[in-house]
Design a protein around this ligand. Structure first.
Ligand code: ZN
Length: 384
């Protein structure tokens, strides 16, 4: 914004900005003296330069999905459209866009890319309804439910193709329904973003935490200000790739240099308002950190702990049955320590005792006692 704005009095321009891009455009006025006649058209432009966002920001039009021509100082709800199902039902995502009155960064936030992870949905409703675009810098793009069909069916995966929608980014124009949905979300909304938050949940027995990429300082900064107690620095190695970790939105964005984080805000298929409140605090902190809104960042309740590893570190079942756990999220365990057992419904005998494979911090355990062969039962991050 110009530090010296032109003063308009009765069609006379007495002084012009001269210290920024707008100033250079009007430098001819400054150099021609203190009193210059100008046309009506010039006057309109001049008055726009007095708006906080600057002329280019004020004139810029944002096109997000069905929302066309959004300008500074607006809030709107629209759709990302994907086509239709066989019966003619439209497949689309709701999208909310706030274009701030002042220039600033573009932040994209989505929830429920896993359709049963609902806490983030309410986080985003509270964020969007609580923000005034007149008080905002930059642009906030929000998709409250990224996997709509999964959300409708209360399930993690997309029901039409059984895909995990967080393994298909950036999508594929000629791909499956999940891939085309991701492609349209990316092309119409996410590609505008300089920062991304992908809101998830893990299980009610998992400590709330924020995942960010290994050695990624920009994402680490977002993770810190989100202000949960636990940070998980994820390193994608060959072992992790065997778990089909490619195609995560966060990892794809990190490869492009876009800071992105994945907060895990509690359990699946349940609305936990205390976790929603922590999510709202975290997103609000990120908005403050990016200077999109004013205010002090609220610190975490306790000193933050950084864990290293991934959600795939831990213990898997080699027998199916009913799982009785003896540990919970946040426990520290020693190598060989008993974590719980699985008993058979055929005999009621214990068929597997799960033990800690190394010294570690228990990030969480599965919510369900119903365990199948091959299920990830407990996530343990190494502590040595
Ligand atoms: Zn998830």
């Amino acid at each position: 914004m110009a530090t010296t704005l032109a003063v308009v009095v009765g069609g006379i321009c007495s002084q012009a900005a001269n210290d920024n891009r707008k100033g250079r455009r009007y430098a001819r006025w400054a150099t021609r003296g203190s009193t210059v006649l100008y046309t009506i058209e010039e006057r309109v432009i001049l008055e726009q330069t007095e708006k906080p966002g600057g002329l280019e920001w004020q004139e810029r039009e944002w096109n997000i999905g069905t929302l066309k021509g959004l300008r500074a100082g607006t809030k709107a709800a629209g759709l990302i459209e994907h086509g239709m199902y066989a019966d003619g039902t439209l497949l689309q995502n709701a999208v909310h866009v706030l274009v701030g009155r002042e220039e600033g960064p573009v932040l994209y936030i989505q929830a429920a890319v896993h359709g049963d992870e609902v806490n983030g949905v309410e986080v985003l409703r509270q964020i969007v309804t609580g923000l005034d675009p007149q008080q905002l810098r930059g642009v906030l793009i929000v998709v409250p439910v990224a996997n709509g069909p999964g959300f409708v069916m209360h399930q993690r995966r997309h029901p039409a193709d059984r895909e995990d929608m967080n393994r298909v980014w950036p999508g594929k124009v000629d791909g499956s329904v999940s891939q085309q949905t991701a492609y349209n979300l990316y092309q119409q909304a996410i590609q505008h973003a300089q920062y991304v938050i992908d809101l998830h949940t893990a299980s009610s027995n998992t400590q709330l935490h924020v995942v960010y990429g290994h050695n990624d300082a920009g994402s680490r900064a977002l993770a810190e200000v989100f202000a949960l107690d636990i940070l998980l620095e994820e390193e994608v190695d060959e072992n992790l790739k065997q778990f089909r970790f490619q195609g995560k939105l966060r990892n794809m964005l990190n490869e492009q240099g876009i800071p992105a984080i994945t907060p895990e805000l509690g359990g699946d298929n349940r609305l936990e308002m205390e976790n929603v409140a922590l999510g709202v605090r975290g997103v609000t902190n990120v908005l403050k950190y990016l200077k999109m809104i004013p205010g002090e960042i609220v610190p975490p309740d306790r000193p933050q702990i950084t864990l290293h590893g991934s959600h795939m570190d831990g213990v898997f079942a080699h027998q199916g049955g009913f799982w009785i756990r003896q540990v919970k999220g946040g426990d520290r365990v020693s190598q060989g320590q008993t974590l719980g057992h699985i008993y058979s419904l055929r005999t009621f005998e214990v068929v597997e005792v799960l033990t800690a494979p190394y010294n570690g911090h228990i990030l969480g355990t599965t919510d369900s006692p119903t365990i199948n062969l091959g299920d990830s039962v407990i996530t343990i991050c190494r502590t040595d």
